[in-house]
Design a protein around this ligand. Structure first.
Ligand SMILES: Cc1ncc(COP(=O)(O)O)c(C=O)c1O
Length: 386
């Protein structure tokens, strides 16, 4: 694709689940910020700052539109990454609101560890529910007054939370709160998030073709029960010797609640460019990604020496090869310019302790992936497998 024209023919980047390659318009937007209007947002009156403010505001609006959410119900804050977003919300949730904490077995360490820490800190029981093969969670579990933190798309095999809408309804009916880890959902499965009724979602722009940045989309109602903790510059309307008034009390500045200190203005603006880019992608780009995922899946799922974890040809596929050390396979692929991940991809509990898999190899594709990338990868694996 033209927008990845910097990608050399021999470089095969198969680690998009970690960080997308950034398309030119996103890199250009970031460059424009640094070269044309480098300035503080939210604080300055000069022209560069006004340009920054209006582009940052546009990104908030674009994200809500991308997710088909209303600004009447939700607001957008920027942060470091998904992990930081989840921890920031949990750190502010009053524990006396909950009877238990619930997560699932295929979670990334990001929500997995954060829920362990929250439960431990507040002496709450924690349940780890098993996800079904289709990615759904049981609706007959007891979600009474539960704090639920689960992913929408898995970073192991692209499995999706197929009953997300029903789950949110069930949790809310039982007076629980549900926070979504949408790190893997924003780029290739955003339809699952459309009109979500969840209390909050956390994601990473760097996994959705944007620059390095985290994002929190939260219900305006949620703020009423949060207890502010990380606070400082950029968040207050008034400060006296021993008291302060948070700007988040006003509906227009509610997002400042999760934005202590100076923000990554250039990255926020570049994320707006990424959302524009994703929204305007031609059908051919989606078809091509689906086609490459299928070609890879057909090879991996049919080879007798390959144990593939996927049950469907998603862009993220994990496997191991009988008799071959995955890390050595990764090294060997790397020698030929194929960049893949090996190990447990921050899902240690499920992959290592539940399934007892050996370290794995993960190929994760993106809109930058070319037919030649897949052909080369398959040819190298065929040679290795004998
Ligand atoms: C499903 C999932 N959740 C959370 C994360 C954490 O994202 P970040 O490192 O951007 O905080 C990842 C990263 O790979 C992920 O795949």
């Amino acid at each position: 694709m033209q927008d990845f024209d910097y990608l050399k023919p021999d470089d095969v980047y198969l680690d998009a689940a970690c960080q997308s390659l950034r398309p030119r318009p996103v890199i250009d937007a970031l460059n424009r910020y640094y070269t044309e209007h480098n300035s503080c947002g939210e604080r300055v009156k000069y022209a560069w700052g006004q340009t920054t403010d209006s582009l940052v505001e546009e990104t908030r609006t674009k994200l809500l539109k991308y997710l088909k959410l209303k600004s009447r119900d939700y607001f957008v804050s920027f942060t470091l990454n998904t992990t930081y977003g989840i921890n920031l919300i949990l750190a502010q949730l009053p524990p006396n609101r909950f009877q238990k904490v619930i997560t699932s077995d295929i979670e990334h360490n990001s929500p997995f560890l954060a829920t362990i820490a929250y439960a431990r800190q507040h002496d709450l029981p924690r349940e780890v529910l098993s996800r079904n093969e289709d990615g759904s969670l049981p609706l007959d579990a007891d979600y009474t007054n539960a704090l639920v933190v689960v992913n929408v798309v898995s970073n192991i095999d692209g499995r999706t939370l197929t009953n997300l809408k029903d789950l949110v309804k069930t949790v809310h009916k039982q007076h629980g709160i549900i926070i979504l880890d949408a790190a893997q959902a924003l780029a290739h499965n955003s339809d699952l998030l459309h009109k979500t009724d969840a209390d909050a979602l956390c994601s990473s722009a760097h996994k959705a073709y944007g620059a390095s940045l985290g994002v929190i989309v939260a219900r305006r109602e949620l703020i009423k029960i949060l207890e502010p903790n990380i606070i400082g510059g950029g968040m207050v309307d008034d400060v006296d010797r021993d008291r302060f008034q948070l700007s988040a009390q006003s509906a227009d500045h509610i997002y400042t609640r999760f934005e202590p200190g100076l923000q990554a203005w250039g990255e926020i603006i570049a994320f707006g460019a990424a959302l524009d880019w994703l929204t305007r992608l031609p059908r051919a780009a989606h078809e091509s990604l689906a086609h490459h995922s299928e070609t890879l899946y057909d090879f991996l799922s049919n080879h007798p020496k390959v144990s593939l974890l996927n049950h469907a040809p998603t862009p993220t596929q994990s496997f191991y090869i009988d008799g071959l050390d995955s890390h050595l396979v990764g090294d060997s692929l790397s020698d030929q310019g194929v960049m893949a991940r090996t190990g447990y991809f921050c899902v240690h509990y499920y992959l290592d302790h539940v399934m007892h898999y050996p370290p794995l190899i993960r190929f994760s594709l993106g809109y930058h992936t070319r037919a030649s990338d897949i052909e080369k990868t398959i040819a190298l694996l065929e040679r290795m497998l004998g």
